[in-house]
Design a protein around this ligand. Structure first.
Ligand SMILES: Cc1cc2nc3c(=O)[nH]c(=O)nc-3n(C[C@H](O)[C@H](O)[C@H](O)COP(=O)(O)O)c2cc1C
Length: 458
């Protein structure tokens, strides 16, 4: 029996920070002007992208007490940006990353639901936990949550949000409520609230729930709560392992295996002629990893300033001053064995003849998909055949023009091969992702009856 070919979907992840963006190219635009967001979102919509995705960072990242030069632009609040984008787009989903640690659940639920209602059912919430104390210093609670507690707390925040979204009955959609719905009570270790719904539901019922976090706890949390998981596993083999793991966890959580869609983040570099690929990839990598970025990366592992370090020279001959990396201020390594890693890097560099910058390029950037539209389509076909991912969340290396080649060249190629849709199948994000009703709004019987065959793949 032949396996049905599935369609690959695309989202776009506007990072606004980090070295994935080439900041110094002549075509590079502002990372904070609305014009950049508008152009990228409208290009993505022209290319029938499923979602426009924004991360969150509530404190500029620091490196050894200094701001990292690539994070200066910062990130405007996602819900605010997406509300503005809702008015200049019609079908693309609008995904806001919002942490569960520093937001008040009822207020957050209200703001997300507002985006959902105002955009005609296109909103999603990417749930992140952001437990680090340095972000916490910006809030009145200080550091607030231990690493171990963040997912139990996040589950409470989501449960309260769902109560808010379900609090006003469907028949109130026209704004006429004959009887005020009862308030709901929610009492747990973290919250004791009496809440009332504020808005009627959007056309998709609830904002779609995304989750990004890769630990075993994060994956279980996604399996219990999320509808889309934003993963970091984009190559076929790791993506296949990840999908098997996520599908097993989703089944264990009492949900159909395909209830949780998988969208790895990935970079695409499209060229016109195959002979240009290597040169273009090299150019992008060298502009992503500037000499300063390479030095900062090494300093993060060593845990010390290394003012005499030459990015074109070898790694320091001495070991890091820390044996394990501690909490870094937003970048780099969490609990990495610094001395061991440094020794492995030194060995690798000597073996390959790499300078510091070469090493950082190789250990901090991913290969991504690179080549002509037809070569990239060849690479994507196995994903469509096996269904190990539902789509890719594309990180453009250039803002705002970084989707142009993908939309103009790759999308038509995928359409011709029947592995990319030729129109949006629905009006809401939930419909376009092929999702079922929100979790609180379906009965177990509904779910079991609608498990499609694809749920068993791989
Ligand atoms: C692909 C991906 C994207 C993420 N994006 C953000 C983000 O924009 N803002 C944020 O505060 N945390 C972000 N996170 C961090 C996670 O929410 C989480 O705090 C972190 O991965 C540690 O959790 P874990 O141990 O479960 O992986 C992201 C994580 C992943 C894997």
């Amino acid at each position: 029996m032949s396996t049905p070919v599935r369609r690959i979907q695309f989202g776009v992840f506007f990072q606004g920070v980090n070295s994935s963006t080439v900041w110094d190219a002549p075509e590079s635009g502002s990372q904070t002007d609305f014009e950049s967001f508008r152009r990228l979102a409208q290009t993505a919509e022209r290319g029938l992208f499923t979602a426009f995705f924004l991360g969150e960072g509530l404190r500029l990242r620091e490196h050894l007490g200094r701001l990292h030069d690539l994070d200066i632009a910062g990130r405007p609040d996602a819900i605010t940006q997406l509300a503005a984008l809702a008015s200049v787009t019609e079908r693309i989903g609008l995904v806001a990353t919002q942490n569960t640690t520093y937001n008040d659940p009822i207020d957050l639920a209200h703001r997300l639901q507002s985006l959902d209602v105002l955009s005609g059912g296109r909103a999603a919430w990417n749930v992140v936990t952001t437990d680090n104390a340095w972000t916490g210093e910006n809030f009145r609670r200080g550091g607030y949550l231990d690493h171990a507690d963040r997912y139990t707390h996040a589950a409470d925040v989501i449960a309260i949000a769902r109560r808010v979204w379900d609090a006003v009955p469907d028949n109130a959609a026209d704004g006429l409520l004959a009887v005020l719905p009862d308030p709901f009570r929610y009492d747990t270790a973290y919250y004791s609230v009496e809440g009332r719904g504020v808005l009627p539901r959007s056309t998709q019922g609830h904002p779609v729930l995304f989750q990004a976090g890769d630990s075993a706890e994060g994956r279980d949390f996604a399996a219990r709560n999320a509808e889309v998981i934003f993963s970091a596993h984009a190559q076929l083999e790791p993506a296949t392992e990840f999908a098997a793991d996520i599908r097993a966890r989703t089944l264990a959580a009492g949900r159909p295996a395909d209830d949780l869609k998988i969208f790895p983040g990935q970079e695409f570099i499209v060229v016109d002629d195959a002979s240009e690929t290597e040169e273009k990839v090299r150019w992008v990598r060298e502009h992503q990893i500037t000499p300063q970025t390479a030095v900062a990366f090494v300093e993060q592992l060593w845990g010390a300033e290394l003012p005499d370090l030459d990015p074109d020279g070898p790694l320091p001959s001495f070991d890091p001053v820390q044996s394990i990396t501690g909490e870094t201020r937003g970048a780099g390594f969490r609990a990495t064995k610094a001395v061991e890693t440094a020794r492995a890097w030194r060995e690798l560099s000597q073996e390959r003849g790499w300078s510091i910058r070469d090493l950082v390029i190789n250990v901090s950037t991913r290969r991504g998909f690179a080549g002509t539209a037809s070569q990239i389509a060849d690479e994507l076909e196995p994903f469509a055949r096996t269904g190990v991912v539902d789509g890719f969340n594309i990180t453009p290396w250039l803002i705002p023009g970084g989707l142009d080649d993908i939309v103009n060249k790759l999308v038509p190629e995928l359409q011709e091969r029947g592995i990319y849709w030729t129109d949006y199948p629905g009006d809401t994000l939930r419909e376009n992702l092929g999702l079922r009703e929100p979790l609180t709004r379906r009965s177990a019987a509904d779910v079991v009856a609608t498990v499609p065959e694809a749920a068993t793949v791989p």
